[in-house]
Design a protein around this ligand. Structure first.
Ligand code: UDP
Ligand code: MG
Length: 309
């Protein structure tokens, strides 16, 4: 028998916990046919609704259901890490509780693992049902990210992935505090098969990601997987030096030929504003990296467990 661990991060998903369970075990006959034993690990990310109670009820009905519950909301990345740590399976799959990651894809995914792939990942090909502004910024983010990072980060990739134990252990070995999961998957490598599907809208409840949260998350991704902004800051500094040097020569020559009438205050103010703006911007970039380093150095735990069943 093979053991398959299903990790489900949940943050205020009381309405979806049972639906997810039902939907997953529609594959029961497939699991039996392939002799796959299943454990479901719900990771409660500090929900403030009845998610924990719902999972506990499921656990009493079916001992294949497990739960780790956090002391507060630590974010989906932390929930995934906790789930991976708890999973004992030879194969591990991560899925959202809202059924945006259809469990009906599992047999196909398993097929590719049998073919010899180490991990089977999914990406949505459409962004149907998403606000256009959000889609636009998401596209921009992926385009920039892939230019400035050597780690491949796929546009539209979901966290819905089936992985072998080897890949799971590789991910667990990355103990960093700032966890940008999409980058971590790309970074570890291994033979990955990509499956595509149409975007499915969340079953019940609402999304936990505001535009602002996504924006901060994208900055997280950039600082975690690229140091190009630092190089850019340095290049910008060099560029301004060269410009300034050119201007010095120009002014000396001009003064020698035409004398030195005092004028040009407005342009001087503009130049000072521009250059100090660029300086602050670059300082901000350095600050971003410094703050991430600061958090990393503290070595705080990625999550804290309140209950483990
Ligand atoms: N989630 C979580 N912690 C958070 C935010 C989200 O565990 O702080 C879970 C959430 O319960 C869901 C999954 O992550 O199972 C994806 O979240 P959501 O559906 O809100 O994101 P979207 O699909 O809109 O990108
Ligand atoms: Mg969702």
């Amino acid at each position: 028998m093979k053991l398959l661990s299903v990790i489900v991060p949940c943050y205020n998903e009381e309405e979806n916990v049972r639906d997810f369970y039902d939907e997953l075990f529609k594959n029961e006959s497939f699991f039996q046919q392939k002799e796959i034993e299943v454990e479901v690990i719900y990771v409660d990310d500090g929900s403030r609704d009845k998610t924990v109670e719902e999972v506990r009820k499921l656990h009493e009905e079916d001992n294949r259901v497990h739960m780790v519950s956090f002391s507060r909301n630590f974010g989906k990345e932390a929930a995934i890490y906790a789930g991976l740590q708890k999973a004992r399976g030879d194969l591990v799959v991560m899925m959202d509780a809202d059924l945006q990651d259809p469990p009906s894809l599992l047999p196909d995914m398993y097929g590719y693992i049998e073919e010899g792939y180490d991990s089977v990942a999914t990406r949505r090909v459409t962004r149907k049902g998403e606000p256009p502004v959000r889609s636009f910024f998401a596209r921009m983010f992926y385009r920039i990210m892939n230019k400035i990072s050597r780690t491949e980060i796929v546009d539209g990739a979901r966290d819905y992935r089936l992985m072998t134990r080897q890949v799971v252990d590789a991910i667990l070995s990355m103990t960093e505090y700032n966890r940008f999961t999409k980058g971590i998957f790309g970074w570890v490598g291994y033979e990955t098969k990509w499956l595509e599907y149409e975007n499915i809208e969340r079953r019940k409840g609402e999304t936990k990601w505001s535009f602002w949260k996504l924006f901060l998350y994208s900055l997280e991704g950039i600082t975690a997987f690229s140091t190009v902004p630092l190089t850019m800051a340095a290049l910008l500094g060099a560029l301004f030096c060269v410009l300034a040097f050119g201007m010095i020569v120009f002014i000396i020559v001009k003064t020698l030929i035409f004398g030195d009438p005092t004028s040009g205050w407005p342009s001087l103010v503009c130049i000072i504003m521009l250059v100090s703006g660029v300086q602050l911007f670059c300082l901000g970039i350095v600050g971003q990296y410094l703050s991430k380093t600061y958090m990393e150095v503290k070595k705080r735990p990625i999550y804290l467990v309140k209950e483990d069943i």
